[in-house]
Write a protein of this length. Structure first.
Length: 102
């Protein structure tokens, strides 16, 4: 029987897990869609419009930021969020490839 040696780059695997974990929550997907509609948006507008508690919004944005899916930019006392489109496109491509879709 022919055996294939399976090896993983642990650093890339850890990052991939963080990205998939971040995308695997419906509220985080809703936040990403909302940011996409506005390109760059103030955090207060996110939680006020989506009617999410500020602390919950911050927790979800933190996960998205750590996964590299959003950029946070401080402007004085305000924080604006935008999407990291290249990272999201890579994640989408990887998931589609995993499931055999082009």
């Amino acid at each position: 029987m022919n055996r294939t040696k399976v090896t993983f780059n642990h650093e890339k695997l850890d990052l991939s897990c963080e990205i998939v974990r971040a995308l695997a929550h419906p509220l985080r997907l809703k936040i990403l869609e909302f940011i996409d509609q506005h390109r760059r948006i103030h955090v207060n507008r996110i939680y006020n419009t989506l009617k999410i508690e500020q602390s919950i919004t911050s927790q979800h944005l933190r996960i998205l930021r750590l996964a590299g899916l959003v950029h946070a930019e401080r402007d004085g006392k305000f924080i604006h969020y935008s999407l990291n489109y290249p990272r999201l496109e890579i994640a989408e491509s990887a998931v589609n490839h995993f499931y055999g879709r082009p």
